[in-house]
Design a protein around this ligand. Structure first.
Ligand SMILES: *[C@@H]1O[C@H](CO)[C@@H](O)[C@H](O)[C@H]1NC(C)=O
Ligand SMILES: *[C@@H]1O[C@H](CO)[C@@H](O)[C@H](O)[C@H]1NC(C)=O
Ligand SMILES: *[C@@H]1O[C@H](CO)[C@@H](O)[C@H](O)[C@H]1NC(C)=O
Ligand SMILES: *[C@@H]1O[C@H](CO)[C@@H](O)[C@H](O)[C@H]1NC(C)=O
Ligand SMILES: *[C@@H]1O[C@H](CO)[C@@H](O)[C@H](O)[C@H]1NC(C)=O
Ligand SMILES: *[C@@H]1O[C@H](CO)[C@@H](O)[C@H](O)[C@H]1NC(C)=O
Length: 268
C-alpha cells in the first residue's frame, strides 16, 4: 500500500527540511538564562547574578557589563557573579557560545531611590471655619516616579491619591497638593501623607513611608473690620434714636406738667 510507505515517502522530506532549518547543528538549540530576570536595586547596591545555559559544553560564556563584577562560582553550565556599586539604570548581558553560535540574554537593572523623607505642610496652619487651606506633601529625590503614589489623609480617610508620569533618568522630588475648605471637625483629626513606591513590576517589593502627623487649628471666624464698623454705626444711630425719643418724651412730659401746673394754679 502506498499509504504505509508514507512515513518515509510523504513526511520524510518535510521532516528532514524542518530539522535542517531549525537545528542544523546541536549548536543552535540552546538557551541562555539569567537569574534574576528582573532587578531593582538601591543606589550603590550589589546583587548576585547567575548566568546559565542549556548547552552541555559551552565554549565561552560570561557577563558583559560596565559595572564592577566578580565571578564567585561556576559550573559546567553556569556562572555566578556579584555585580556591585550599581549607581544608575543599566542593561547587562549574559552570553554563551555553543558550537560556534553565540546567544545573549539581557537584563534591565533599575536603580530606585526610596522615599526617605515625606514632608507635610498645612497652609495656613491656623484657619477660620469656612476658609480654604492647602495640604501639601513633598517627597524629595524619589525614583522611579511612575511607581510612586502619594496619598493625603485626614485621619484614616484618603483625601486624594496622586500618581506620576514617567520621569527622566534623574532623581526629582514629587509633590501632591489638595485644597480644602476648613470645617470644625478638621481640627479633630491628624493630617498625614503616605508615600508608596510599588516596585513589583520591576521585580522588587513595596516601600512605604508616612509623614509626621499634623493638626490643623480651626477657629470660629471673628467678624471682620467692615462688620465691626457697620455694627458700631448702627449701634450709635440706634442709641441716638432711642435717646432722642426719650428726650422728646421727657421734654413732652415736662411741658405738660408745666401746663398742668399752670392750670392747677388757675384752678386753685
Ligand atoms: C545557577 O543556575 C543554574 C541553572 O539554573 C543552577 O544549576 C546553579 O546551581 C545556579 N548556581 C547558583 C550558585 O545558584
Ligand atoms: C561607585 O560608583 C560611583 C559612581 O559610578 C563611583 O564614583 C565610586 O567610586 C564607585 N565606588 C566603588 C567602591 O567602586
Ligand atoms: C529593557 O529596557 C528597554 C529600554 O529601556 C526596553 O525596551 C525593554 O523592553 C526592557 N526589557 C525588559 C525585559 O524589561
Ligand atoms: C486612594 O487609594 C487607596 C488605595 O490605593 C484607596 O483605598 C482610596 O480609596 C483612594 N482614594 C481616593 C480619594 O482616590
Ligand atoms: C490650590 O490653591 C492654590 C492657591 O489658592 C492654587 O495655586 C493651586 O493651584 C490649587 N491647587 C489645586 C490642586 O487645586
Ligand atoms: C495626632 O498626632 C499626635 C502626634 O502623633 C498625637 O499626639 C495626637 O494624639 C494625634 N491626634 C489625633 C486626634 O489623632
Amino acid at each position: 500500500m502506498p499509504l504505509e510507505m508514507s512515513p518515509f515517502g510523504c513526511w520524510g522530506l518535510p521532516a528532514a527540511l524542518l530539522a535542517l532549518f531549525c537545528c542544523p547543528g546541536s549548536g543552535e538549540g540552546f538557551e541562555v538564562h539569567m537569574y534574576p530576570e528582573q532587578l531593582v536595586v538601591e543606589p550603590g547596591g550589589s546583587k548576585l547574578i547567575n548566568c546559565s545555559t542549556s548547552c552541555a559544553q559551552p565554549q565561552t560564556g560570561g557577563l558583559e557589563t560596565a559595572l564592577t563584577k566578580t565571578l564567585l562560582e561556576s559550573g559546567a553550565q553556569w556562572k555566578q557573579y556579584l555585580v556591585s556599586n550599581i549607581s544608575q539604570d543599566t542593561v547587562i548581558h549574559c552570553y554563551f557560545t555553543c558550537f560556534g553560535n553565540q546567544k545573549l540574554k539581557s537584563l534591565n537593572i533599575s536603580v530606585f531611590y526610596p522615599p526617605k523623607q515625606v514632608l507635610l505642610k498645612l497652609q495656613p496652619a491656623w484657619v477660620a471655619v469656612g476658609r480654604s487651606f492647602t495640604v501639601e506633601c513633598h517627597v524629595p529625590a524619589v525614583k522611579p516616579l511612575e511607581s510612586l503614589t502619594l496619598t493625603l489623609l485626614r485621619g484614616q480617610e484618603a483625601l486624594c491619591n496622586k500618581t506620576f508620569a514617567r520621569g527622566d533618568s534623574g532623581t526629582r522630588g514629587a509633590t501632591a497638593t489638595h485644597n480644602s475648605t476648613a470645617h470644625r471637625e478638621d481640627g479633630h483629626h491628624n493630617f498625614s501623607c503616605h508615600a508608596r513606591l510599588d516596585l513589583r513590576s520591576l521585580g522588587g517589593g513595596i516601600v512605604h513611608r508616612v509623614s509626621e502627623p499634623q493638626m490643623l487649628k480651626v477657629y470660629e471666624p471673628r467678624p471682620d473690620n467692615q462688620m465691626v464698623v457697620i455694627i458700631s454705626v448702627v449701634s450709635v444711630l440706634l442709641f441716638l434714636f432711642v435717646t432722642s425719643i426719650l428726650l422728646c418724651f421727657v421734654l413732652g412730659q415736662h411741658w405738660r406738667q408745666r401746663r398742668m401746673g399752670a392750670y392747677g394754679v388757675q384752678d386753685a
